[in-house]
Ligand binder design. Structure first.
Ligand code: FA5
Length: 338
């Protein structure tokens, strides 16, 4: 029996060194050490042995089982370790790889220019006011000295919502709303959206204006020129060419339009300035006595100037953009540049 046990151990130990994986080891374990395995089969004959041999053979069987088990456990540990190493290799982190780009939003170029304009005027002591985009005919036209049959209504093609309700065509109605509620001295700007039935390379149906006005007892056209020149030189360059051109607005007298030299063609003439070398950026003038009358101010005592500037025009000049519609196409390739 001892002979057969030694043979079994020899066979088992030589077979074990050829095992390639965990599954093969478990199968091997079953084959030799399992309940119906080879060692168990030999153990069954244990009963046939003379009683005095039984403890010796029993101890021998246990020692064989112990040695085989030890080899099995060593092998299982080795397989588990190499499997773990293999897995870790696959999970390796390359700390030198570039990080994942997180796209950050930016302020729209129109908002950027709007904020800058507001900042410059705030620096000159102007307060900020707002008014509704849906206006009444009274605030948008009547109170600004533009009666119903006035030809000046044709200057601004209006989107009407009802007979007397419309989308404001300019920010000037905010002048009326502020003056109705406050007494001079006033120094106010009113930024916001305005709407007109207009569309080409320098016009869009929705655009932004900043209205500004100053009312006190001794305001002159010189103040208007001084404030607007200081503003434009601060927004563009100190040496930007500016010109004041006589113009007409029903709510100012005298009136002017202010042009700045076209920075796209440096005054040579291009598509944007329609060959003139100049681009109109704002309308202005001394507030008309009829407007003061509408808000109950004494026009003998008070005088004031007002202006309205187009933000998109200014943004086009600042960034050298030759088509206003690009601002509203929401093409991120365009917007990312600012
Ligand atoms: C006005 O809207 C007057 N309310 C301005 C004003 C205020 C004059 C106070 C006197 C006193 P005008 O229609 O010219 O004026 O427009 C003012 C500016 O808005 C223009 O100089 C131009 O820069 C811009 N603008 C006008 N129409 C459009 C448009 N469709 N798209 C983009 N910008 C425009």
């Amino acid at each position: 029996m001892k002979e057969r046990l030694l043979q079994l151990e020899k066979a088992a130990l030589s077979e074990i060194s050829s095992l390639k994986n965990k599954e093969a080891v478990l199968e091997f374990k079953n084959k030799y050490l399992g309940r119906k395995g080879e060692l168990a089969a030999l153990t069954k004959e244990f009963g046939k042995l003379p009683p005095e041999e039984r403890p010796i053979v029993g101890e021998f069987i246990n020692s064989i089982r112990g040695r085989i088990e030890e080899r099995i456990n060593n092998l299982l540990t080795a397989f588990a370790q190499s499997e773990r190493e293999q897995r870790l290799k696959g999970e390796k982190i390359d700390a030198t790889l570039p990080g994942r780009y997180l796209a950050l939003g930016k302020r729209h170029p129109i908002t950027q220019v709007m904020d800058e304009v507001v900042k410059i005027f705030s620096g000159m002591g102007f307060a900020v006011a707002e008014g509704p985009e849906i206006e009444t005919d009274y605030y948008n036209f009547e109170a600004l000295n533009i009666p119903k049959d006035h030809p000046a209504r044709d200057m601004q093609d209006t989107f009407y919502i009802g007979e007397d309700v419309l989308l404001r065509t300019h920010t000037s109605p905010v002048q009326i709303r502020v003056m109705q509620n406050k007494k001079p001295p006033l120094r106010v700007i009113a930024p916001g959206k305005v709407y007109r039935r207009d569309s080409d390379v320098t016009h869009t149906p929705m655009f932004h204006q900043v209205e500004g006005f100053m009312v006190d007892e001794t305001i002159t056209f010189g103040d208007l020129k001084g404030v607007l020149t200081a503003f434009l030189h601060s927004l563009f360059r100190e040496d930007t060419a500016i010109r004041f051109r006589p113009s007409f607005f029903p709510f100012t007298e005298p009136s002017a339009e202010v042009d700045i030299q076209c920075v796209i063609c440096n005054g040579k003439g291009c598509r944007v300035c329609k060959g003139s070398g100049w681009l109109e950026v704002l309308g202005a003038g001394m507030i008309h006595p009829m407007v003061f009358k509408a808000v109950g101010y004494d026009s003998e005592r008070f005088s004031g100037f007002a202006f309205g500037l187009g933000i998109e025009r200014i943004a086009m000049l600042k960034f050298g953009i030759d088509d206003i519609r690009l601002f509203f196409e929401n093409d991120v390739r365009f917007l990312r540049q600012f």
